[in-house]
Design a protein around this ligand. Structure first.
Ligand SMILES: Nc1ncnc2c1ncn2[C@@H]1O[C@H](COP(=O)(O)OP(=O)(O)OP(=O)(O)O)[C@@H](O)[C@H]1O
Ligand SMILES: [Mg+2]
Length: 351
């Protein structure tokens, strides 16, 4: 349990980065801090492990005032994952992960076993990756090593500062899914900073929304939607931070148009696929059939949904494709193939 009591941070040049923060993060909770650039998220996060000292107020971890705790002890029990993953380039993956266990004086066998366990936990085969150098890993793999390193000494708390923001949408969605599953298994308290409302909604048990150094509101997505404390909250919920959203590729930009899709049955065009989206003459989705049988409650996806949402929807859908809807019309179909094309042609979605 992490408690902020009237915590403020004013930097030496006078910048007020955090003003009177009062909140509690529960044990085992996935807590997401969100807000626009410069609102004080990183400052808030770094005050938890005393990388930054508050200028007023106190932070308690399990009712112990962190200012009274030995700084090494404190940091060893708090894993930290940065946006710009800072693996040591001249050290192997295993050596990078072993840093804190070695500082803590674990013997070599225990450390090696822990390294392999962690690599498996984050989805990297120890046989293959243990001896690699960071430069021989993809961005997503480096992030996984960063997560493994943060977990190495089995900390109770994991701080993650925009850990996935440099990754492409497909890798990012897959890491989001993994970290969420990981948290459910290992029951760590995670404090996760992001700009991205979709990421916050997907990951957070609760979301803390910040603006201008103030924590505007804390709650579940549902609570924020139903009872926004201010118009800013509503605006964030709708637009993420308004900056990324405009450049964020949507499913509408990668779909297969209905005339080219093997899944669509309309007018003259009969699909031979076992999965069929049956459209009316004016392209309304009339029926979805699998092996000739209508499916009730079939999922659809909105053309303005992001690629991350698309990925998550496809994951939850038992079928390989989803009809994309704009207004009341079906405008195309999206499947993993569309996402895969994007992954091998990353320039496409920047075009
Ligand atoms: N060392 C520093 N000295 C002075 N001002 C600072 C310092 N570090 C951060 N700030 C300022 O404090 C405010 C909060 O910064 P912080 O890094 O916490 O924001 P953030 O919400 O993490 O932003 P971003 O999303 O861009 O990472 C900003 O106005 C920033 O310029
Ligand atoms: Mg930051």
């Amino acid at each position: 349990m992490i408690t902020f009591k009237q915590v403020s941070k004013q930097y030496e040049d006078g910048t007020k980065a955090v003003a009177n923060a009062n909140f509690t993060i529960d044990k085992g909770e996935f807590f997401v801090l969100i807000g626009p650039s410069g609102c004080g998220k990183t400052t808030t996060l770094k005050m938890i492990n005393r990388l930054i000292l508050p200028t007023a107020g106190e932070i308690f971890i399990n009712d112990v005032n962190t200012s009274k705790v030995n700084i090494d002890q404190l940091r060893w029990n708090i894993g930290y994952v940065l946006q710009q993953i800072a693996l040591f380039p001249h050290m192997t993956v295993a050596a990078n992960i072993a840093i804190v266990p070695e500082l803590k004086g674990w013997d070599r066998d225990k450390t090696n076993a822990r390294v392999d366990e962690l690599l498996s936990l984050v989805g990297l085969d120890p046989e293959i990756y243990r001896h690699r150098l960071p430069t021989d890993l993809s961005g997503g793999q480096q992030q996984r090593v960063g997560v493994a390193r943060a977990l190495a000494a089995d900390p109770d708390i994991l701080l993650m500062d925009e850990p996935f923001s440099a990754l492409d949408p497909v890798v990012r969605a897959s890491l989001q899914k993994d970290i969420k599953a990981l948290q459910q298994n290992i029951k760590k308290t995670i404090v996760f900073v992001t700009h991205d409302m979709e990421e916050a909604k997907f990951l957070g048990d609760r979301i803390g929304m910040m603006e201008d150094g103030h924590v505007l509101q804390i709650g579940t997505v549902q609570e924020l939607i139903e009872n926004p404390a201010s118009p800013s909250v509503t605006r964030f919920l709708r637009h993420s931070d308004g900056v990324e959203q405009t450049s964020m590729p949507t499913v509408g930009s990668i779909l297969t148009p209905i005339e080219d899709s093997e899944y669509v049955t309309s007018g003259e065009h009969q699909s031979k696929n076992e999965l069929q989206f049956v459209l009316s003459n004016d392209n309304q989705l009339k029926d979805v059939q699998y092996l000739g049988k209508s499916i009730e409650h079939y999922q659809t996806i909105n053309d303005s949904d992001t690629l991350e949402q698309t990925y998550h929807q496809l994951e939850q859908c038992p079928f390989p494709a989803l009809p994309v809807i704009k207004g009341d019309k079906c405008i195309g179909v999206v499947s993993y193939q569309n996402l895969a094309k994007l992954a091998i042609q990353p320039a496409l979605h920047h075009a």
